[in-house]
Design a protein around this ligand. Structure first.
Ligand code: ATP
Ligand code: MG
Length: 296
């Protein structure tokens, strides 16, 4: 059968987490020195390490069958490709819960602009001209877009733009450049995409298997195995506190008739607050253990 190629970012904000996710999903690669193409050692699945901007096109053209990239880049490149070919598609297989950021409209701290409407006729610097144009259109505002590949945040102080549309996660870069965000344009995180072309039966089966494994890793990251001792009289109250636990296992405790052991798989995040509530409800010996893999 044909091998499957997965494209991920070679180096940058998404690189390590993308590789880590695939390795935790059981894929092993023979790492090559040039760090461009890694051959899959245990499954017919290879890795292509590229600039994140190239990933959407590699998928659209079917050079790669799977890819991990920020939704911001996927959407921008898709809008760009659709200008010439309106039929172009890219199928998302799900968000990956890393690489969180927001594309935001920001203006100099001293500016009076409160929303995009206040920037009509002005110049907006951005590396995301398509997303910016769509945002302007959706708001019925006309403005000039100044395309910059990097250092977008210094455009206002250089006098080349009145505002910027740029990625923000903590806001530190904005503050350092005396800018303030005034409107969100798009929320983004890393996502898994597949090529729009159907593979042969074997290929589709392999894609399904990979997807199930990746989802298993994703779900396991939030899931915890909780063990505790509970007074029989407050069992219902205690099991109700466990977040996302379905039918916990109740076990007898040797020599203690008034107490039982409760074991539960919690599929939602277990916070300190939950543990404090459990303790207040009479639970003792509470243990929270990580779950490494899950196959529902
Ligand atoms: P490449 O060399 O692969 O083109 P890049 O410089 O375009 O890399 P990075 O800065 O590594 O890209 O960011 C990759 C992605 O990480 C972004 O497109 C975005 O989805 C996500 N991201 C998360 N937080 C941030 C942030 N604070 N700033 C920029 N990108 C972020
Ligand atoms: Mg890039």
């Amino acid at each position: 059968m044909n091998r499957i190629q997965i494209a991920i970012q070679k180096s940058g904000r998404l690189a390590d987490k993308s590789l880590n996710l695939l390795e935790r999903s059981g894929l092993h690669f023979a790492r090559s020195k040039d760090k461009l193409f890694w051959y899959g050692r245990n499954l017919p699945v290879d890795l292509l390490l590229v600039r994140d901007d190239d990933i959407p096109r590699l998928l659209v053209e079917g050079v790669c069958q799977l890819g991990i990239v920020g939704e911001n880049v996927a959407e921008e490149k898709l809008l760009e490709a659709r200008q010439g070919r309106p039929e172009v598609r890219l199928d998302s297989l799900g968000k990956l819960d890393f690489g969180h950021c927001q594309l935001k409209l920001a203006v100099p701290e001293a500016s009076n602009a409160k929303s995009i409407a206040d920037l009509a006729g002005k110049r907006l610097a951005t590396s995301y001209p398509q997303l910016t144009r769509r945002f302007l259109d959706e708001n019925g505002v006309d403005a000039d877009i100044v395309m910059l590949n990097g250092a977008v945040e210094i455009a206002p102080s250089l006098g080349t733009a009145d505002a910027i549309v740029d990625l923000v996660s903590t806001g530190t870069t904005l503050r350092a450049n005396h800018l303030k965000a005034i409107e969100p344009v798009m929320a983004s995180q890393a996502a898994l995409y597949r090529c729009p072309q159907r593979l042969d039966a074997e290929g589709e089966q392999l894609l399904d298997k990979l997807l199930t494994r990746i989802q298993g890793v994703q779900q396991a990251a939030e899931t915890k195995y909780v063990m505790l001792h509970a007074p029989r009289s407050r069992l219902a109250e205690i099991t109700a506190i466990l977040p996302g636990a379905e039918s916990p296992t109740i076990l007898p405790l040797e020599g203690q008739d008034d107490k039982v052991a409760v074991h539960a798989v919690c599929t939602e995040q277990v916070f300190w607050e939950h543990l404090e509530e459990l303790k207040d409800a009479g639970a003792s010996a509470v243990l929270v253990l990580p779950v490494e893999k899950m196959l529902a």
